[in-house]
Design a protein around this ligand. Structure first.
Ligand code: NAD
Length: 419
């Protein structure tokens, strides 16, 4: 969805980012043009019987940006403001993410325009199953593998997996990731996105000579990525989380919040807001707090040319996709803010999704420690390749990450004879 505050089109952002990298790399113009667009996209219209007996028509998308390095991979979002351009951008970012993490997968993404908060469990199940029925022939472990994203969950993945298996007449665990453990999910998938981001923050702090223990952080968004970032920032880095937010508002306490207390409050009230003893602040104030680490973990385009000059964080760890616009990237870089771009920072999610597919393929499941160990190795290798490229080309981290990823995808396309 577009962030209504900035009205920035995420697909334009993704194309601009690629254009900047292509110029630095001297990318062949035909390759550049091919990579600016998805290879395939599907628009679907889905009738769903609602609880009150009426039929509601929903619109959805699945975009396959590039599968030169392997089958398309990417989440499915349920959101009232979903747009084809957001899904295109996210599919493109998945291509770069899988390439940067050196995972043998491509880039895909899906979405349905709907408001899951106003739908019953039965309505959500019928919508999820209908989406898969419409898309079934485009999906599969060797074609395109969905996963959870904004407002979709392991439970929704379980319905989707079941529907796909029914269509194929056999169990198809490898066709969807982010599944519940009892249905071929992977240990360590729940917190994988946040864990990958925290591992990057640790690498960045080492590089900057920053001692994070006792320092402060702020988190925008308190869903899967944001809430686990709170838990792991405290557990693994000794950070104090002094501000968190969700779609209803932001809370602040300079003494720091206890993860378990915020989660209990959220479970009880449905939001982090009105947490006892916390002050209410605005989203703007949260983003501009004087912290060691800022975790955007909600929406696209929240750090723009307007607020970038006021950002005081030393490290920005982009758990959300597309949270910073290209103009803001330059401002932050010039101001010495160390930005860990989404392509890397939230790549832990797709990495453990890939581990899940590998485990599904051989029907043997790893212990959680094994998943953590393998994730750490992947995140660290990707962090250092990004860092190296940024240093060599004297560019900011996002461009460094793009250069590594685009080179890898271009190599695969060349080997296939696409140019
Ligand atoms: P989620 O649905 O679990 O949580 C989203 C959170 O954002 C909720 O707490 C919601 O209240 C909050 N939010 C919505 N609008 C907001 C606003 N205007 N201000 C502040 N908070 C707001 O989603 P998630 O899976 O945690 O995804 C969050 C971001 O991380 C997305 O950009 C997603 O693409 C990215 N991401 C997630 C994963 C994953 O594995 N979950 C992987 C890669 C990237």
């Amino acid at each position: 969805m577009y962030n209504m505050l900035s009205n920035q089109n995420p697909f334009k952002t993704a194309q601009t980012q690629l254009d900047e990298a292509a110029a630095i790399m001297g990318l062949d113009p035909a390759i550049h043009e091919l990579l600016r667009w998805p290879l395939r996209e599907l628009h679907i219209t889905i009738p769903v019987r609602m609880d009150n007996g009426t039929t509601q028509i929903f619109h959805g998308f699945r975009v396959q940006h590039n599968d030169a390095r392997g089958p398309n991979k990417g989440g499915i979002r349920f959101h009232p403001d979903e747009t084809i351009d957001t899904v295109r951008a996210l599919a493109e970012w998945m291509t770069w993410k899988t390439a940067l993490l050196d995972i043998p997968l491509g880039g895909g993404k899906g979405g349905i325009i709907c408001n899951p908060k106003t739908m019953s469990t039965g309505e959500l199940e019928r919508l999820s199953r209908a989406y898969i029925r419409q898309l079934g022939s485009f999906l599969g472990p060797d074609k395109d593998i969905p996963a959870p994203d904004m407002y979709t969950s392991p439970k929704i993945m379980a319905w989707m997996l079941d529907e796909y298996s029914i269509m194929r007449g056999q169990n198809e665990f490898g066709a969807i990731t982010g599944k519940p453990l009892a249905l071929g999910g992977s240990a360590g998938r729940n917190d994988a996105t946040a864990r990958g981001g925290i591992l990057c923050v640790r690498e960045a702090a080492d590089l900057l000579g920053l001692n994070l223990a006792g320092s402060r952080a702020a988190i925008q968004g308190y869903g899967n990525a944001g809430s686990f970032a709170h838990k792991l920032a405290v557990e693994l880095l000794g950070i104090k989380v002094i501000a968190v937010s969700d779609s209803k508002g932001c809370i602040y306490n300079p003494e720091g919040f206890l993860y378990s207390a915020i989660m209990a409050h959220k479970q009880q009230t449905g939001s982090v807001t009105e947490f006892p003893g916390a002050a209410a602040i605005s989203q703007k104030e949260l983003l501009e707090l004087d912290v060691s680490v800022l975790f955007p973990a909600a929406l696209e385009s929240v750090i723009t040319a307007q607020n970038a000059p006021a950002i005081r964080a030393k490290i920005i760890a982009e758990l959300a996709n597309g949270s910073t616009t290209p103009e803001a990237d330059t401002i932050l870089h010039n101001n010495g803010v160390y930005l860990i771009p989404d392509l890397l920072c939230n790549g832990g999610g797709v990495t453990v999704s890939w581990f899940e597919m590998v485990q599904n393929a051989y029907g043997y499941y790893w212990e959680e420690e094994e998943v953590h160990k393998r994730l750490e190795k992947k995140m660290s290798a990707a962090f250092h390749s990004m860092q190296e490229a940024a240093k060599t080309h004297k560019v900011h981290n996002r461009l460094g990450a793009y250069i590594v990823a685009v080179q890898r995808v271009a190599e695969a396309m060349k080997l296939r004879g696409w140019y």
